[in-house]
Every structure is written in C-alpha cells, then in structure tokens.
Design a protein around this ligand. Sequence first.
Ligand SMILES: Cc1ncc(COP(=O)(O)O)c(C=O)c1O
Length: 397
Amino acid sequence: MTDFARTRALFALPPGVIYLDGNSLGPLPVAAQARVAKVLTEEWGPELIKAWNTQGWMDQPRRIGDRIGRLIGAPKGSVVMGDTLSIKVFQALSAALALNPDRKVVLSDSGNFPSDLYMAEGLLRALDKGHVLNVVAPEAVEAAIDHSVAVLMLTEVDYRTGRLHEMAALTEKAHAAGVVTVWDLAHSAGALPVDVLGADADFAVGCTYKYLNGGPGAPAFIYIAPRHAGHVRPILSGWLGHEAPFAFDLDYRPAEGVDRMRVGTPPVIALAVLDAALDAWEGVDLHLLRQAAIGLSEQFIKGVEARCPELVLGSPRCSAARGSQVSFRHPEGYAIMQALIAHGVIGDFRAPDALRFGFTPLYIGPHDVDRAIDILETVLRRRLWDDERFRRRAKVT
Ligand SMILES: Cc1ncc(COP(=O)(O)O)c(C=O)c1O
C-alpha cells in the first residue's frame, strides 16, 4: 500500500498553491534542506578535499544511479548520473550510432523534445559521415522503422501532449530490423512504471528535476543495456570516464561499464539534493502511483470538459496512451495560464497553444484537482485572463 498522505508531507509546498507543474520542475523535498546543510557544514566545511573519499562524493554518480535504476527497471550498476539531459542524449546517440556503423539514418518524431533533435543535428554534422535525421509524425514512427535506420531515438512521453509511445513494442520492432534504440525518459521516470531491461532498450536517458524532484538543473542519468556497456566508446571522453582517472595517463581508456559515460567532476551538492529527493520514493509502488495519476488525470479531463467547453483536449483521450500530464488547447493559452497561476493554480504553457498540467500523486490529490477545476472555470467564465499583464511573455513560459 502506498501512503500518499505520507509522501505529500515530504514536500514543502507553499500554502494555498495547487502545483500542477511537477512534470516540469518538481517541488522542494523537505529533506533536501537539511541534506544540503549537512553537505556544507559537516562535509565540505570541515572535511575539505578529504570528503571526496571520506563522504563518498566520488561514488555518488553510481550510487544514485542505482536508486534511479529501481524506478526505471534497470539492473544495479547500469545507470550513472551527470551533466544535463541534452549531453546525455548526445552521448547515447553517438554510442548507438557506433553500434550500427553501416547505416546512416537516425529516426525520430516531431513529438520529441527540440533539444534532442538539436543535439542529433549537431552530432551528425560533427560526424560528417553523411548521416540524416528523419523526423516523422509520432503515429508514423512504427511504419518508418526499416533496415536503413541506424538508431531510433524517441522520447517516450511527448512533452507537449503527454502521448505515450509503446516502448517495448517499438523496441522489439526496431531490433527485428537491426535498429539500435535510444529512449528519453524525461517525462516517464517517476511518472509511470518503466522497465528498460524488460523492454530491452539499448540506451535510456532522463532528467531528474521533473517527477524525481531533484531541483532546478539537477543532474541527468544515462542507462546502457548491460550487453553494450563493456564495449561502447564514449564520444565525450572525460577524465572521470577513464579506467583509472587518478593514474593521469596521457591517453584515454574507457572505464568499466556505464562509468565510461561519466565526464567530469560530479556536482556534489546537486547530487545530495537529488539523493534526499529520492527518499520520497522508498516504499512507493509505481503501479499504484500510475493508477492514482490516471485517476487524477481522468478527473481533471472530465471536470474541465464539462465546465470549460472553450478548452480543447490536446492529449490522447485514452489514459493508457498518455503519460502523467494533460494538455488543453486554447488560442489565448498563454494568458489563461498566467491568470490561473495568479489565482494559485500552477501549470505551464507550451507554444503555440498548450496549457499543460501534470498529475503527481506524491503530493497532489483529488481535492486539489477539484479546486483547480473550480479556479480554471472562474478564470475562463469571468475572462480574468483578458488583461494586458497576462499577455506579456516572460522568458520562461
Ligand atoms: C524530453 C526532454 N529531453 C531533453 C530535455 C533537455 O534537458 P536539459 O535541459 O536537462 O538538457 C528536456 C527538458 O525539459 C526534455 O523534456
């Protein structure tokens, strides 16, 4: 039994705010504050550089990688932390392409996050070996998998619509055609049960500042299927991905297994925050979490469609085809979201017209959803959004 009243108490949510944006930036875990204080005052302060050894700082990326591994179905020792997700996409795609050297096509879809596509463009340009990036509609991915494709690179849950790809089925089809797979789990890890090993994914990457609540800019993770981990060659051959970093050799030899995807010095303080955030997941059954998230999403869709007819559902209607977020579309979506935020319901906006709402049972319950619907209805019925100050675009939407 997962006790969501217990998990809710683990987060420091501002009173009166209904936070429906954990799909973008998770809230502050209460325990993170004491953990950071500990790192500063008991580790860095008194221990100085000794702490790399005495406090296990150097092992953090693998130790925390194992904690993420439990949430994505990865075996111990197959996940490592570091850098941002864009960097991890670059590393994974490069390693995947090298496993299929005779093929020149990277297949992705238009629902992928732009940074993934940009990183692919940059990598293919730098490789200068005639690779092409083929971006098709999400529904067209399956049919586009054939023997010309080197790598299938997809984000499992669409950042804008919440549409969920079938990771196991697409990976199986890819493998049957000799295609290597890279899965971006940014909107999956901590949102729904993921089984990278069961789905036989070759590479998986993800961030930890969304559903995993690791804080703004928290380090990303990378998974390599154990069958590849011992022989892929890292494109970013940093010293901490070296077999013996402190031998200071002049030539690069990759470390054992997934450790070779480490690049430079780990962000110790950020990893400590993430470590504290991951405590909230102890004892959480991801299948129950998924059930609860679907319940909240369905409640929201039903309520909004009944009471806010001017909003058009932008997410798949079938809950099995959706991640843990719901989008509604409206030409004035930006102003509506700003007005909603001003009235205490925080979601976000993705151009051109999507209002996004994330449903995170760790700290959101049915009562919050009811209140959010009430406030959204009021904002629309009374046209509270129709105000110059809500139309002014901020840098981050
Ligand atoms: C699916 C997906 N991939 C990649 C990124 C980029 O991540 P980062 O800014 O950590 O490099 C994001 C950011 O939100 C994302 O949602």
